[in-house]
Design a protein around this ligand. Structure first.
Ligand code: SER
Length: 408
């Protein structure tokens, strides 16, 4: 399956389950306490809180998200691992006071195993089990649904179901707002398929692909978890993760290769442009130790950083968020500068980053038309930021060389 087919089949599946397919919201968040839209559910907060009635009972979409600041921040990992991004698409389905845990989990299972053909024994589920001081109680209902699913597959629930406390299995958008226990699906990508013990161990060989959140509470500023008027479902699937797994394993046939989201074809045109400009090729290496990288590993880190950051900058600017000196604008400026610094490691010429807008528009413009409409603005903003930062870097380097010469 291509990346585009993964996205489309997710939406088609939930359309067949009577979900309204809605547009991605802007990366400019609707909630005042967020830097960027960081989850598919952001645009639905008023429905969860009961502030406004939902116009539909069920919805699904692909949502542009940036997690580079605030409660969810993956920026420093991007490039050094193969499964985090600043900007990513979250495929999601929602129930607004309609279906709850049973349907949500059973549909997740149906799409993953029956429609897409993921091997059941490689899929592990996590269930909320509060630690001391954590809110709510053990999620028996989710456990029972998973246990029935695994038994029906001839698998042992005790081996496939794992437990997590508030840190891993209680999802909150920020410090306040709608929240609830969650149940995640992780996929074991180890060559021998014995990696269940790696769930939540921070390794690319076993990663979370889908999170089903059961929205039951509103976290208030004074630290209370107030039950919501109705119960809702909020799910989020990592689009690049699923597309990357499909590409790496050749449709779940070959688990010998190092897993990476960046093997998905949605990154290929961006990598091709970096290759054209640098004369180097992406080698699909995966660093074991980020503090001790081989030259090949460093080259691949740079490819990943540039591809990721070009997508984040292009999508954010298309949504009217510009690099600047404060708040979210400064985060964007930092992402751009991080890209330029990494680009220098491949000896890329000044202005290279602006060149990456074209392949980003090529790969994402069909899904997010604002990229096509605002392409000129995106290029103009990046060009001007890039040249200002290049001048600053060059001045710093000259100054450094003058000091070294004087000392020598
Ligand atoms: N809100 C949850 C998440 O972002 C599920 O969509 O993981």
């Amino acid at each position: 399956m291509t990346s585009a087919e993964v996205r489309q089949s997710f939406l088609d599946f939930f359309r067949s389950k009577e979900h309204e397919i809605v547009e991605s919201a802007s990366l400019m968040p609707s909630s005042p306490n967020l830097l960027f839209t960081n989850a598919g559910m952001n645009q639905f907060v008023p429905y969860f809180l009961g502030d406004r009635p939902a116009p539909f009972k069920r919805a699904a979409d692909t949502q542009k998200c940036i997690r580079a600041g605030g409660k969810h921040n993956d920026l420093e990992d991007v490039g050094f691992d193969t499964y985090h991004h600043t900007m990513f698409e979250m495929l999601g389905n929602w129930s607004f006071g309609d279906y709850f845990k049973k349907e949500a989990l059973e549909w997740s299972w149906e799409l993953l195993t029956k429609v897409w053909g993921m091997p059941a024994e490689r899929l592990h589920a996590t269930v909320y089990k509060p630690g001391a001081g954590d809110p709510a109680e053990f999620d028996q209902e989710a456990y029972d649904v998973w246990a029935a699913i695994y038994r029906a597959e001839g698998l042992d629930p005790e081996k496939q179901i794992h437990y997590g406390n508030k840190k891993d299995n209680f999802w909150m958008m920020g410090e306040t707002g709608p929240c609830g226990p969650c149940s995640e699906v992780h996929i074991d990508l180890t060559p021998d398929g014995n990696g269940g013990h790696l769930v939540n161990a921070g390794t690319p060989w076993c990663i979370e692909i889908w999170n089903d959140v059961f929205m039951q509470f509103n976290a208030t500023e004074d630290g209370r978890f107030v039950p919501l008027k109705a119960k809702h479902v909020d799910t989020g699937m990592g689009f690049e993760r699923v597309a990357g797994i499909m590409a790496t394993t050749d449709g779940f046939k070959d688990f010998t290769k190092a897993p990476s989201n960046y093997n998905a074809d949605v990154f290929a045109p961006i990598f091709a442009k970096i290759s054209e400009m640098s004369g180097k090729s992406y080698g699909r290496t995966m660093p074991e130790d980020r503090n001790n990288l081989s030259p090949e590993e460093m080259r691949d880190v740079v490819f990943r950083v540039l591809a990721d950051h070009a997508r984040a900058l292009s999508c954010a600017i298309a949504d009217g968020i510009l690099p600047g000196n404060e708040g979210r604008n400064y985060v964007l400026r930092r992402i751009l500068r991080r890209a330029i610094m990494f680009g220098r490691r491949l000896d890329l010429k000044p202005g290279f980053f602006t060149e990456l807008v074209a392949p980003v528009v090529e790969t994402l413009g069909g899904t997010f038309p604002e990229l096509v409409e605002r392409r000129e603005v995106i290029e103009k903003v990046i060009r001007s930021e890039e040249s200002a930062f290049d001048r600053t870097l060059d001045r710093g380097l000259q100054e450094f060389e003058r000091i070294v010469a004087r000392l020598g």
